[in-house]
Ligand binder design. Structure first.
Ligand code: PHB
Length: 364
């Protein structure tokens, strides 16, 4: 077999992907009232359906899991109906789409939560920085440490959300255990200082993620479930005393589950530095590995050719280029992304990035 590249088809479990370019999950804050996906969201994903796989923006599993305004949820029937529009649109264009399951934990604010409740976390450690609220930025507060007997309720929320994702017509789900949100807060020891069976050694710190994966796999076959990690990302006030050792352990524990893939944000979003050996982490994993963080076409091709990854997830390039696959395939210029319209707003900077004329997919 010849060496695969970005444009080579790949099988993930029983799912055929037409190429190895993944649209990375990106928060865009354009859900309608009630955190319900709406028509313009369906159009945005439809336009990008030539990706081998789309991973949606992070979507909270419950009203308690929210952390930002206008992010979509997956915990009620209106949201399922909204997501149905999205999955139908992507499937009509021959695309594949996984929903990213999210619980923000301490990266939230009482203003955003039911009854203005205090955000929860593994430990009562206040993150540095500010929450995005309806009234602008406000400093994060000290979260409330979850009691041991509350954890089963968190797992239940993932269980229900995973079942609703199936109803909404997704091809699979990605469990978001990266970037400083609740599951990552449990994994890394800078944010987890618990003394019960969910804290302390790596085995304990992974107990919540394992329970969530078990719950999600009650609805989904494991080969339709992915996991995202970000071992050295300091975003959201995160740290760990030994990321290479700890994430090698976490990754090795995923082996044997037969998951769809492991998706790794390689490096630190905040500083662009990249200290860890991602090849070592990749080699610790026995399944499909998706690499992400600042890749362009050439780095992506090299990574796949070297066996450093199986697929590459592109964020901003897909945001600004709905036909990114076509452009990379034909070595065409890229649209420039407008940072001012990344978060919130309307169709401007969302569904109006131009296609190269001859690549235009059906838009209605
Ligand atoms: C963000 O809203 O900035 C955000 C959300 C989810 C992520 C990373 C960043 O995983």
């Amino acid at each position: 077999m010849s060496t695969p590249d970005l444009f080579t088809a790949v099988e993930i479990g029983d799912l055929q992907l037409k190429n190895r370019m993944v649209m990375a999950p990106m928060t865009r804050n354009r859900a309608a009232e009630g955190n319900v996906p709406q028509d313009m969201n369906a159009m945005y994903y439809r336009q990008r359906a030539s990706a081998g796989l789309i991973i949606t923006e992070a979507s909270q599993v419950s009203a308690e899991g929210i952390g930002y305004p206008a992010t979509p949820g997956i915990h009620n029937e209106e949201q399922v109906a909204g997501w149905r529009k999205v999955t139908n649109a992507v499937h009509e264009e021959g695309g594949r789409i996984f929903l990213q399951l999210w619980y923000c934990g301490r990266i939230s604010h009482p203003d955003l939560l039911p009854d203005n409740q205090t955000p929860v976390a593994p430990s009562a450690i206040q993150p540095e920085g500010e929450a995005v609220t309806f009234e602008g930025m406000k400093p994060f507060i000290t979260p409330r440490a979850l009691q041991t007997d509350e954890i089963a309720g968190i797992v239940d929320q993932y269980r229900q959300a995973a079942a609703l994702a199936k109803q909404a017509g997704f091809d699979g789900v990605e469990v978001h255990a990266a970037n400083g949100y609740l599951l990552d807060q449990f994994l890394r020891d800078g944010s987890n200082q618990r003394t019960d069976e969910y804290g302390g050694n790596p085995e304990n710190r992974m107990r919540l993620l394992n329970a969530v994966l078990d719950a999600v796999c009650e609805t989904w076959p494991a080969n339709r479930v992915g996991v995202r990690f970000s071992p050295e990302n300091s975003f959201n006030s995160m740290s760990d005393s030994n990321p290479l050792e700890h994430f090698t352990y976490f990754i090795s524990q995923l082996n044997g589950r037969g998951l769809a893939y492991l998706h790794v944000l390689e490096g630190d979003m905040m500083t662009q530095s990249r200290q860890l050996s991602y090849r070592a982490l990749r080699d610790a994993y026995s399944g499909i590995y998706i690499a992400n963080c600042g890749y362009d076409k050439d780095r992506g091709q090299a990574s796949i050719a070297n066996g450093d990854s199986d697929l590459i997830a592109y964020g901003v390039p897909f945001l600004a280029n709905p036909d990114l696959v076509y452009r990379y395939q034909n070595n065409l210029e890229l649209n420039e992304a407008n940072q001012d319209t990344f978060y919130g707003g309307d169709e401007t900077g969302y569904t109006d990035y131009p296609f190269i004329e001859e690549s235009e997919v059906r838009l209605a």
